[in-house]
Design a protein. Structure first.
Length: 123
């Protein structure tokens, strides 16, 4: 089986989401490997210190919350669709903002996280 819908999150992803929802930057950062990267809205944030600054300003600082809608395991990579809310600029965003989070995990840590506002495909 290549992809499967799952209900239980891997522990590090569950901890990441719980830390985001608790606005706890230290806990968020602890879920990442030291050389991890985050790609958010086509911006690459490389390394733990840059991730710490990004999360402090744009996730914790904007009181972002994630409400998980769907979880897919695709060859060991975890895809999480979540409804986002917070105090960020919502100009030109839909009332219900669903972002897709692509997590790659190694040795119990997040090594990459890509966050994308995906659109339905006509295919």
């Amino acid at each position: 089986m290549t992809s499967q819908l799952i209900t239980a999150l891997p522990p590090v992803v569950a901890e990441h989401i719980a830390a985001v929802n608790a606005f706890d930057n230290d806990r968020i950062v602890a879920t990442f490997a030291p050389d991890a990267y985050v790609n958010d809205d086509r911006r690459e944030i490389w390394g733990i210190e840059a991730i710490r600054k990004f999360m402090a300003k744009e996730i914790v600082g904007d009181h972002v919350t994630m409400d998980v809608q769907e979880v897919i395991d695709h060859y060991g990579d975890i895809i999480v669709r979540a409804k986002y809310d917070g105090d960020y600029d919502k100009t030109n965003l839909p009332d219900e903002l669903i972002l897709t989070n692509y997590f790659s995990l190694r040795a119990g840590k997040i090594v990459s996280l890509t966050i994308i506002f995906t659109q339905p495909s006509p295919y």
